[in-house]
Design a protein around this ligand. Structure first.
Ligand code: GLY
Length: 388
C-alpha cells in the first residue's frame, strides 16, 4: 500500500544521485527549487569508474557532429563551472588544463589517426599533427615505435571521484534533501507525473520528476513503455595505477592511442594516479572485471608506454555507461507533463555534467533548452512525438 510522505513536499525530485542527478539537483536548488534526490547510495554510479577526460576533439566520432557542438560547448563551460564548484565547496576537483596527445603505433593506426585529423580539420577544430619524434619529445615515456600523433591542447581532464564529492557537498550546502532509498517507479496520475514511489511504498510528491539514474533510468515502474528512456548499459573496465614520486612526471598530459586498431587511453593525475581505460562492451548488467579486459588494457598500454608495467596496479573496476540508441544524451521534458529526463550520456557524462546542470535547471524553471541542446530532446525516440 502506498503511503504519502507529506514531510517532503518538493518542486523537483531527481531519481539518481550520480553526477548527472547531483548537478541537476544542485543547479535547480540554486534557482530556488525545493529539490530532493532519491538514491540508496548518492555519489555512486559511472563517475566512480570514469577516467574524466574532457576531450571532445580527440574523442570525435564520425556522424556525431551535433554531439560535437554540445561537447565543445561543455568543454568551454568547464573552467567557470569548476571554479564555482571549488569556491562553493572548498574542494579540489582535480581539473587540469593539460591537453591531450593522441598517438598511433603502426602504419594502419597512423592512417586512422590521419583520417581523424582530416575530419577534425574539415570541422574547423584545432589539432596539430606531430611526427613520432615530436610526440616523444613531449612525452619521453612513449614507446620508440610511436609513428605520429595529434596534439590537442584544448582537451583536458577532471577527477570524476572528486567531482562527485564536490557535487554532493554543493547539494547539501544548497539545501537539497537526500532520500537514501531505491525508487520503484514514477507516480503518474491522469496525464501527469507527480513524484516517485519508493521501494517501501512511500510516495515522494513533487511538481516535476527527473529521471537521471544513468543506465538504470529505463527500469522504473509506473510509466508506459514509450515514456521510459531507451538506455542500455555499456560496460567499461578501467585500471588505476600509481606513479611513485621518483617516476614523476610519468606523463604530463592525457595520452590516447590506436594500438593495432584498439583504443586505449592513459589519464595522469597530479596526485600520482594513472587511469588506464577503457573497454566498451555490450554485456547487459554485468560489471565483472575480467582477466581478458585487464589483459587487453595492459597489453595495449604497455605497447604505448613500456615503463608502465613497473607501476603498482592499485585498482581494477568496471562500470556501466548509459547508452541511448544514437549514443547521445536525452535532456529535457518528455511527452508526460511533469516528467523530465537527463540520461544517455554514454562516453560523455563527465564532460557534459556542467552543461546538463544548466540545461535541466533552465527547463525545470520553465525555460527552454539552449539552441545547442535542442537536438537532444528525449522526444526524438518517441515516434508519436516525431510526427506531430
Ligand atoms: N570517455 C571515455 C570512455 O567512455 O571510456
Amino acid at each position: 500500500m502506498q503511503r504519502h510522505d507529506a514531510s517532503h513536499p518538493a518542486d523537483a525530485v531527481v531519481v539518481g544521485g550520480g553526477i548527472i542527478g547531483l548537478v541537476t539537483a544542485w543547479r535547480a536548488a540554486l534557482r530556488g527549487l525545493r529539490t530532493v534526490v532519491a538514491d540508496p547510495e548518492p555519489g555512486g554510479g559511472a563517475a566512480q569508474v570514469a577516467a574524466g577526460m574532457l576531450a571532445p576533439v580527440t574523442e570525435l566520432q564520425y556522424g556525431e557532429q551535433a554531439l560535437l557542438d554540445l561537447n565543445l560547448a561543455a568543454v568551454r563551460r568547464y573552467p567557470a563551472f569548476a571554479a564555482e564548484l571549488e569556491e562553493t565547496t572548498g574542494l579540489d576537483l582535480g581539473y587540469r588544463a593539460c591537453g591531450t596527445l593522441a598517438v598511433a603505433l603502426d602504419a594502419d593506426d597512423r592512417a586512422e589517426l590521419r583520417e581523424l585529423h582530416d575530419f577534425q580539420t574539415s570541422l574547423g577544430l584545432s589539432a596539430q599533427w606531430l611526427s613520432g619524434r615530436e610526440c616523444r619529445r613531449l612525452e619521453p615515456m612513449l614507446a620508440p615505435g610511436v609513428r605520429g600523433g595529434l596534439r590537442v591542447d584544448g582537451d583536458h581532464q577532471v577527477d570524476p571521484r572528486r567531482l562527485v564529492a564536490a557535487l554532493l557537498r554543493a547539494c547539501e550546502l544548497s539545501g537539497v534533501v537526500f532520500r537514501r532509498a531505491a525508487v520503484a517507479g514514477v507516480d503518474v496520475a491522469g496525464d501527469r507525473a507527480r513524484g516517485v514511489v519508493l521501494d517501501d511504498g512511500t510516495v515522494l510528491a513533487a511538481g516535476q520528476t527527473v529521471l537521471a539514474a544513468g543506465s538504470r533510468s529505463g527500469l522504473l515502474g509506473g510509466l508506459p513503455e514509450h515514456l521510459l528512456p531507451p538506455v542500455r548499459p555499456v560496460k567499461g573496465q578501467v585500471l588505476r595505477l600509481r606513479v611513485p614520486a621518483a617516476y614523476a612526471p610519468f606523463l604530463s598530459r592525457t595520452v590516447r592511442a590506436v594500438v593495432r586498431g584498439a583504443h586505449v587511453y592513459l589519464v595522469p593525475r597530479e596526485n600520482g594516479e594513472l587511469v588506464v581505460g577503457a573497454t566498451s562492451e555490450e554485456m547487459g548488467w554485468d560489471t565483472t572485471v575480467t582477466a581478458g579486459g585487464v589483459y587487453e588494457l595492459l597489453r595495449d598500454a604497455h605497447e604505448l608506454v613500456p615503463g608502465l608495467t613497473e607501476l603498482p596496479l592499485v585498482e581494477t573496476v568496471a562500470g556501466l555507461r548509459p547508452g541511448s540508441p544514437d549514443n547521445a544524451p536525452m535532456l529535457g521534458r518528455t511527452a508526460l507533463d511533469g516528467l523530465l529526463v537527463a540520461t544517455g550520456h554514454h562516453r560523455n557524462g563527465v564532460l557534459l555534467t556542467p552543461l546538463t546542470g544548466d540545461v535541466m535547471a533552465e527547463v525545470l524553471t520553465g525555460g527552454e533548452p539552449p539552441e545547442v541542446a535542442r537536438p537532444f530532446s528525449p522526444g526524438r525516440f518517441t515516434p508519436q512525438e516525431q510526427y506531430v
